[in-house]
Ligand binder design. Structure first.
Ligand SMILES: C[S@@+](CC[C@H](N)C(=O)[O-])C[C@H]1O[C@@H](n2cnc3c(N)ncnc32)[C@H](O)[C@@H]1O
Length: 443
């Protein structure tokens, strides 16, 4: 087998990254965008020791699950992974992927009990980040898959239409004021990226991340933008002087600030700071939070919400229990969590700044712990602490099935895994959110 050599293949499976798996004399070749049961002519693009990669030249027999991607940028954009298959199949693929990960990475024979998809899986993202580049004039968009090369974004079906329009209008106005993009290699230019955060009431925060202070130009642009989009409630310049590709700098300058951005979930109001973590898909987040609430019973008097962010889950469960301890490592998030507690007039939560693995040790008589860690999963110190304390119930929310499988394998010795639910928070991408219920085994 050589690079550029062509083969007729049959696709037999999909990898967890959504690549088609083909066998050529028992040697695995992974082909992007090819689907199980499809027959195609492919070209070999890379050969490793025990597997290789190929690209499609022509598909002879198409899968019944293949559809025409809705977005014209799909094949160059690094954002979506599954726009070439129908939504029903996306959910089946994600469920299978999760179950296979439990087996492969945790040696667990677990089934996903339910997978919750969206009725209309489009325009769901409430947080968007676009980058700038020069192409005769300033352009804005996402990075091309696996590169730092920006393509000019004309449409996007997972962020709101208003967000896409704001990006286009900002770029047009930035060109009018001769603003340039920051070039990472030459260390020259001004605009690094743009962050947009919105809520379900369609209000927007705009953050422009810059290399140098351009307050005057941004004031003019913000004024014009505000006339076009009166629902922009904050416009912030974030100064990032660094020569690295870190996204945000430490210093903010407010260009204008009309009011705070709020989100409301089940009658609980949340203040959202552009820097704090908040789930990016409102409709699916509500389903996820309701599942967590359903798992809380009258026996759960003292509950810990580890990794609590701005207190999203703590505030949802507070009225079902006696006491909640929310633990979070980011100071701004704890400040927001306390503000959220105050505006909702909730008294039975203590928010603690620090690492869950350290802070948990001091809390006594815990009936239930909710954990919602970042992608790297739980710290082993925390897993051991939960087991040592014999906490009766664990509700594990996870955005990474690989680390979830690893952690569940450890808990499996002392806990029964009662239910596993999947929530499609990220339609058209390979991402999946999980929520599992575990109870302590009787000794
Ligand atoms: C996936 S978010 C979950 C936030 C929240 N549960 C929600 O739904 O909005 C994970 C959070 O854990 C925080 N975090 C990361 N490592 C932590 C640690 N060791 N201890 C406590 N919090 C941590 C992050 O800052 C982030 O806010």
């Amino acid at each position: 087998m050589k690079i550029n050599e062509k083969f007729n293949v049959l696709c037999v499976d999909l990898t967890h990254d959504g690549l088609g798996v083909c066998k050529i004399d028992n040697f695995s070749i992974f082909v992007k965008y090819l689907l199980p049961n499809e027959e195609a002519l492919i070209k070999i693009t890379k050969i490793n020791k025990s597997f290789g990669f190929g690209e499609i030249i022509n598909i002879y027999k198409e899968s019944v699950n293949r559809i025409e991607p809705i977005c014209k940028h799909y094949y160059e954009c690094g954002g979506c992974d599954l726009l070439h298959v129908n939504y029903k199949y996306q959910l089946e693929f994600k469920k299978k992927m999760a179950e296979e990960s439990f087996k492969r990475l945790g040696n667990l024979d677990l089934k996903v009990d339910n997978i919750y998809g969206m009725n209309e899986p489009l325009f769901y993202r409430n947080k968007v980040q676009v980058f700038f580049d020069m192409n005769d004039k300033l352009i804005s968009g996402f990075y091309q898959s696996k590169t730092h090369k920006v393509f000019s974004l004309e449409e996007c079906f997972i962020q709101t239409d208003t967000a896409s329009m704001i990006v286009k209008d900002f770029t047009r106005l930035a060109n009018k004021y001769n603003l340039t993009s920051y070039d990472e290699t030459l260390k020259k230019g001004i605009l690094r990226s743009m962050l947009i955060r919105s809520n379900s009431a369609c209000e927007y925060i705009i953050v422009i991340i810059v290399r140098h202070d351009i307050e005057v130009a941004l004031k003019n642009i913000a004024e014009e933008l505000k006339r076009l989009y009166p629902n922009i409630i904050q416009f912030i310049m974030n100064l990032n002087y660094k020569e690295t590709n870190t996204i945000l700098g430490k210093k903010d300058k407010i260009i204008f600030y009309n009011k705070m951005l709020y989100e409301v979930v089940n009658n609980i109001k949340y203040v959202i700071d552009y820097k704090s973590f908040f789930q990016i898909n409102y409709v699916q987040m509500v389903k996820l939070f309701n599942k967590v609430k359903d798992y809380i019973t009258i026996y759960d008097k003292t509950v810990v919400d580890g990794y609590c962010g701005v207190g999203a889950i703590s505030l949802q469960v507070a009225n079902k229990v006696n006491k909640v301890f929310g633990i979070e490592i980011v100071e701004e998030a704890i400040t927001n969590a306390n503000l959220n507690k105050e505006i909702n007039n909730i008294k039975n939560i203590d928010f603690i700044l620090g690492k869950t693995e350290k802070q948990l040790k001091a809390i006594k008589n815990i009936d239930c712990i909710i954990v919602d860690p970042p992608r790297k999963g739980l710290d082993i110190e925390l897993v051991n602490s939960i087991v040592d304390k014999k906490i009766n119930k664990i509700i594990y929310v996870s955005c990474n099935v690989a680390t979830l499988a690893r952690d569940l394998a450890v808990f499996n010795k002392n806990y029964n895994i009662i239910e596993v639910n999947a929530f499609d928070l990220f339609p058209h991408t390979k991402g999946l959110e999980m929520c599992c219920l575990l109870t302590l085994k009787n000794e």
